[in-house]
Design a protein around this ligand. Sequence first.
Ligand SMILES: [Zn+2]
Length: 95
Amino acid sequence: MKSRRVSPKDNTTCAKCGVEIVLDTSELKTKYFPDGIRISYFSCGNCGEKYVYLVTDPELRKDIKRRGFRGSDVYMKKRAAELKSAYADRVKELP
Ligand SMILES: [Zn+2]
């Protein structure tokens, strides 16, 4: 199987204003925090509400670099989910 990135178009609905957000992963914004946490996020074009797409720490990024990010990889998926729930609040600090 050829390696494939996350589907470039992924639609979601804004929980705040209900407008459909067409998510283009090439337009994700990224914020690095001093402690190594990196948050990829997108915002609603209508109301500006921010949504966390992916949270990684240095350890997970090393894995991704080594093995490529595979959504089906149980370990990475679990790790990414843990980081997302642990750091999702930081979305409030994003520009
Ligand atoms: Zn919205």
